[in-house]
Design a protein around this ligand. Structure first.
Ligand code: ADP
Length: 475
């Protein structure tokens, strides 16, 4: 079986410990053994990064551009193969896997261009004969901690801006799906990224991730993952004076109004709630439906969800792949049981026998927004359908959550669409579109309990990955 090592100071380093990367579609299929970094490896990676930071941050933007451009081009040319790897290790369908790899390539190419677009400001001073320059510089050595659900896109949207703006990087991917992050490391190396500028430390959150967060040589941490881990990381970053950015959970509402185009609404909800097995932080998990359309919408949604083909991620007929692992499947099943206890009528949600962790999409009808099953993030193919009287109650229900990542509305009314856009408390708003599915050149992030710190992606990523310097210059 192939063994994958960590990358430190431009060298592949062996570890005493490793973990098997298992295919959730077929648990007999082991993709490889992936190293687990101990604290010494993390310390070496941080030292290597700090050692080359001066040279890297002072390198020409064209040099950084060319490395990121070459990385993007290689990922794009290998998208079918890397898409297969992604689907094999994470379980999303092959179309989704190839789509995500394509996205990662586009992100690297976008940030190649950003190396040349890092504008500042020149202003007159309040004093005569003095100019004021506001410039952006790299922060230093950044620790990037990523989850398993987008194993190539999320590493890409943190690594690419970090490198573009001149930072050195230590990437710690999730243990459940480290394969794509290893490929990014290998491609960066082949694309001429200098030793120590990018380091990969695969390993557990409790050991490798924890050391990264606590290390005094790390200047900033960007994290995507669960709420409790995010909170723990924020506290540690505050204690050690690190800049921190967190992307955490969601319980994203999708409002369906009486005047919605039924086909658009059912498609958006089906996609938003169940595609990628519901394992997206932007998934539509609360479908908030007004009185007159409720019953026919529910009937059509339930029928369509029942027809979705659940199966092996690499089988082209599958529309929904497996749940990522046994722990997540058990969590999903406990919420299916809870929804029933809370009084919902549950359709679907059953486990399907097979070599992997297969579960049918679940619709929780008759839900209300006070139920735990409608308030807590499940991260599986489960959606609560909440009946409301009118638009006002729909908006109030959409906002009645501790999260605020994405929010959608299906309506043909410009008045309601605009009112919703202005008044919903979320970082992203989708009108007649699924709550999931975002572009790479515009800000990504949420409000309230979903996010902390500046936005990710697009040119806004510079808010996190650069630090501002103000210079006063007399003539
Ligand atoms: P998920 O439910 O997506 O696995 P986690 O928050 O547990 O969410 O994990 C997200 C990422 O954070 C993973 O790379 C994981 O290894 C890492 N992680 C988990 N616990 C810690 C921790 N205490 N400190 C740093 N990183 C951690």
């Amino acid at each position: 079986m192939k063994h994958y090592s960590n990358l430190v100071a431009g060298e592949w380093v062996e570890e005493a410990d490793s973990v098997e990367n298992i295919n959730p579609s077929n648990t007999q299929d082991v993709i490889g053994k992936y190293a687990r970094a101990d604290t010494r490896t993390v310390d070496q990676a941080v030292a290597a990064a700090r050692n080359v930071f001066g040279e890297w941050s002072g390198s020409s933007p064209q040099f950084r551009h060319d490395i990121l451009e070459a990385t993007g081009a290689t990922i794009m040319s290998r998208r079918e193969e890397l898409g297969r790897l992604l689907s094999r290790e994470e379980g999303k369908t092959l179309a989704e896997g190839v789509g995500e790899v394509t996205r990662a390539a586009q992100i690297f190419k976008f940030f190649a261009g950003e190396t040349l677009r890092l504008a500042g400001d020149v202003l007159p001073s309040v004093r005569a004969g003095v100019d004021v320059l506001v410039e952006r510089e790299a922060i230093g050595t950044v620790g990037l901690i990523t989850p398993w659900n987008f194993p190539i896109a999320i590493p890409a949207w943190k690594v690419a801006p970090a490198l573009a703006y001149g930072n050195c990087v230590i990437l710690k991917p999730a243990e459940l799906a480290p394969g794509c992050a290893w490929e990014i490391a290998n491609i960066l190396l082949q694309s001429g990224c200098p030793a120590g500028v990018f380091n990969l430390v695969m390993g557990s959150g409790r050991q490798t991730g924890k050391r990264l967060v606590e290390h005094p040589g790390i200047d900033a941490i960007s994290f995507t993952g669960s709420v409790p881990t995010g909170h723990e990381i924020a506290v540690k970053c505050a204690e050690t004076g690190k800049r921190v950015q967190l992307e955490m959970g969601g319980k994203n509402p999708m409002v369906v109004l009486d005047d919605a185009d039924m086909e658009v609404a059912v498609d958006a909800c089906l996609n938003g709630a169940f595609f990628s097995t519901g394992q997206r932080c932007t998934a539509s998990s609360r479908l908030i439906v007004t009185e007159s359309i409720h019953d026919s919408f529910l009937e059509k949604l339930t029928l369509a969800a029942g027809k979705l083909v659940v199966g092996d991620a690499l089988d082209s007929s599958s529309q929904i792949g497996p749940v990522v692992d046994r722990t997540q499947l058990e969590q999903n099943l406990s919420y299916v049981a809870l929804a029933r206890e809370e009084g919902c009528t549950v359709t679907g949600g059953e486990v399907i026998d097979g070599p992997g962790f297969y579960q049918r999409p679940a619709v929780f009808a008759g839900a209300n927004n006070q139920m735990r099953s409608a308030r807590e993030e499940i991260f599986g193919p489960c959606a609560s359908v909440i009946r409301v009287a009118d638009y006002d109650e729909a908006l109030q229900t959409a906002n009645d959550t501790e999260f605020g990542l994405s929010a959608g509305i299906c309506t043909r009314s410009l008045k309601f669409a605009n009112h919703f856009r202005r008044n919903v408390k979320s970082g992203m708003v989708m009108i007649n579109l699924p709550t999931a599915g975002v572009d790479y050149h515009v800000p990504f992030g949420g409000r309230k309990g979903s996010s902390y710190g500046p936005r990710e992606q697009g040119a806004y990523a510079r808010e996190f990955y650069t630090i501002v310097k103000t210079t006063y210059q007399a003539a």
